[in-house]
Design a binder for this molecule. Sequence first.
Ligand code: NI
Ligand code: MN
Length: 224
Amino acid sequence: MVQVTWYGHSTFKIEGSKTVFVDPFFDDNPASPVKVADIEKADVIYVTHDHFDHIVDAAPLAKKTGATLVATYEIATSLAEEHGIKTEPANLGGSIHVDGVICHLVPAWHTTGLGGTPSGVVIEIDGKKIYHMGDTCLFGDMGLIGALFRPDLLLIPIGDRFTMGPRSASKAVGMVQPRFAIPMHYNTWPPIEQDPRRFAGLVQDECPTSKVAILDPGETFTLA
Ligand code: NI
Ligand code: MN
């Protein structure tokens, strides 16, 4: 059993035999009920790209918990240099085993601040596969990623403007065909306001075998 907690925006805790965080954004995240100071345990931290709303609390959380940070090469090496934290650089197409957790790095279509390339990640933990898409638009190879990994759970941006909106996100669910999908990257600020129920309705038409779970920030989804 793996427990997946959403903290608003793209920030998740994935908890099984190890504790994994993806895109930690707590202290300046208006949606998060939790701050870095409240978090006691982390083993692995994954950062999808270097925009502030995905990376800003990664180094502080790694420092506090001693977690290993996994990211694409440029992000991992620059954070290691700047903050002296433990990192494991990798790149798209690679799979990396860290502390009993496997991170498969997959593409995301987006931009970056410092360079490198944005990524998504399929996290394998305790026999479950969770695909965090990062910030991305819709692209055809999502179908390949779905066929290769058969994710149990998809964490998918629906906020529009900077990522997919509900319509393209529902197409993405149809391509990946996960058992469950949790929408993210919406309602953090007014420019990305969305009704997640609209997304859920579109998914029902596009891919009736995938169930959408709409969480409130701080809420936990149990993946059995
Ligand atoms: Ni971004
Ligand atoms: Mn973002």
